[in-house]
Design a protein around this ligand. Sequence first.
Ligand code: HEC
Ligand code: HEC
Length: 378
Amino acid sequence: MRRPGWLAAILLVAAALLADAAAAELTPAETARILRHGPWPLAWRPDPGNRLSGKAEAVELGRALFFDSRISPDGTVACATCHRPDRAWTDGRPASRGLADHDRNAPSLLDVRLWRWFGWDGASDSLWAASLRPMLEPGEMGGSVAALARLVREDAGLRAQYRTATGDAPATDDMAVAVDAAKALAAFQETLVGGRSPFDRFRDGLASGDRAAVAGYPADALRGLRLFVGRGNCSVCHLGPAFTSSEFEDVGVGYFLGRGKADAGRIAGIDRLRASPFNRLGPWSDGGGADAAATRHVAAQHRDFGLFRVPSLRNVAASAPYMHHGRLASLEAVVRHYSEVDEERLHVDGARLVRPLRLSEGEAADLVAFLRSLTSEP
Ligand code: HEC
Ligand code: HEC
């Protein structure tokens, strides 16, 4: 049925009035801060350290490997065991379990192509090195370079895909084959990109003056967004279109693992990064060191103890539980953490940025509504 013209006109006027009401509340400073969280998606360029980056043929090999549990010696653990496509590429567990219990929560792999450092402690400086690591880690997949190379050489399907992706048959050098497998895995993960969300429609509507788009954003999410860029101080660390600085901070989340053990976070990550033959300064990177300035200059300092990478908040509603140890079960629990954070636990630097916000119940719910509005629309 065709909608009569007058009805459409009334609806448009109503939408415009609502939009004015919502947007009129925003100060110019708030509007400017909100606009900095877009546009989305971000442009991206291939990784100079990975010659297979962005190659469609490598994506296919990477996809096959990602779901292949034969990489683990007993054939039980694939990447997808802990990074499940039906769970925003996480496993839904507080801490992961591969061949053994892991201390950390599996991060979502959506938008992973955008980060500079990988892992909660940034122990890898490329997506491919972060993909090689779990295959060889005894407690995760427990594979070996030799076994991985053998799998790629001896499985007819993988061998054919390897040849298409790299232009060559798997070399006799096991390490070269394993590194290429990791680079293909990275090429696949580069395709895991979060879509546009209700927040993006709102933000772009603000930018272009599209009143209907602005009016369509729920009032509670808008109140939460104002807290986020305002009193909450959240966008100091969760900044830009991806809602992360991609650097390391302390928000007073405990790092004790029990039994006198602690997760040292960034300080240990820097040591591992510098010691790794697979970093951007090493012989296996295709960038020749030209892309390695950040890696060359990073140095562990005492203050890096217990720092963890600032995670993106896009699609965060789909990746519970939260934080590096996964001990906060819901977004409500995360917001409560920021509301009640124990200042005694904060490093000096963190204490400047994070203060207990003492949110009312309504404010906490608004902040959660905002975080949910960062979920991609189908
Ligand atoms: C046992 C569960 C498990 C398996 C299996 C696993 N991962 Fe992970 N993954 C994790 C955990 C836990 C982390 C966080 C590790 C850290 O902080 O050091 C992680 C981190 C990552 C990261 C870094 C993400 C980021 O945002 O920094 C990438 C990339 C990744 N995994 C890819 C893979 C690939 C590719 C495979 C298969 C080759 C794989 N993972 C297998 C649990 C797993
Ligand atoms: C000082 C920088 C900083 C500030 C300010 C900050 N965050 Fe965070 N945020 C982090 C870091 C770092 C983590 C990970 C901490 C960890 O795992 O130990 C994190 C984790 C989170 C997570 C969990 C994401 C996940 O995937 O596990 C959410 C949600 C979140 N922050 C929301 C917020 C909100 C809302 C605010 C404002 C009230 C805020 N953050 C303020 C740095 C910050």
